[in-house]
Design a protein. Structure first.
Length: 141
């Protein structure tokens, strides 16, 4: 039985395990402790806190773009998930950036589902207060 016990202790004091995201170490009580690697992989950038943009999304109209949409190459609206198409195909022409969807279809889907495609609903977030456009001269009814 002593042998059995030794084996178990050996396991508990396994020094380190790497899984690519965390370094797993074990503390004195044998509890696994996950620590992120010191240098995060270069491809992963920290997700910045969302801040309201200044330029309206062509699809949902919320101010989600920080640069003019003519310059926002591959910019994806966080509220409706429309991918900005700098070639601006117009209301009823298919947008290559959006898998051939037209802006009109994107808007209709956003109204219906809350995103430009039903399967993208889980990726979107509600608009920030600062992203809701203030209509000047229209102060509600
Ligand atoms: Zn949008």
């Amino acid at each position: 039985m002593d042998d059995e016990k030794k084996k178990r202790e050996k396991f508990l004091f396994l020094p380190e395990a790497h899984n690519g995201h965390f370094i797993i170490t074990f503390d004195d009580s044998g509890q696994a402790v996950r620590t992120p690697p010191e240098a995060p992989p270069a491809a992963v950038e920290p997700i910045p806190e969302p801040t309201p943009g200044e330029y309206p999304c062509p699809c949902c109209g919320y101010l989600t773009f920080h640069i003019p949409i003519e310059a926002a190459i591959a910019g994806i609206c966080p509220v409706c998930f429309w991918e900005n198409d700098v070639f601006d195909p117009g209301e009823d022409d298919p947008s290559d950036e959006n898998g051939g969807m037209t802006l009109r279809e994107g808007r209709e889907n956003f109204r219906k589902y809350g995103a430009v495609r039903p399967d993208l609903v889980r990726y979107v977030r509600p608009p920030l207060p600062g992203e809701i456009p203030q209509k000047s001269g229209e102060n509600g009814a």
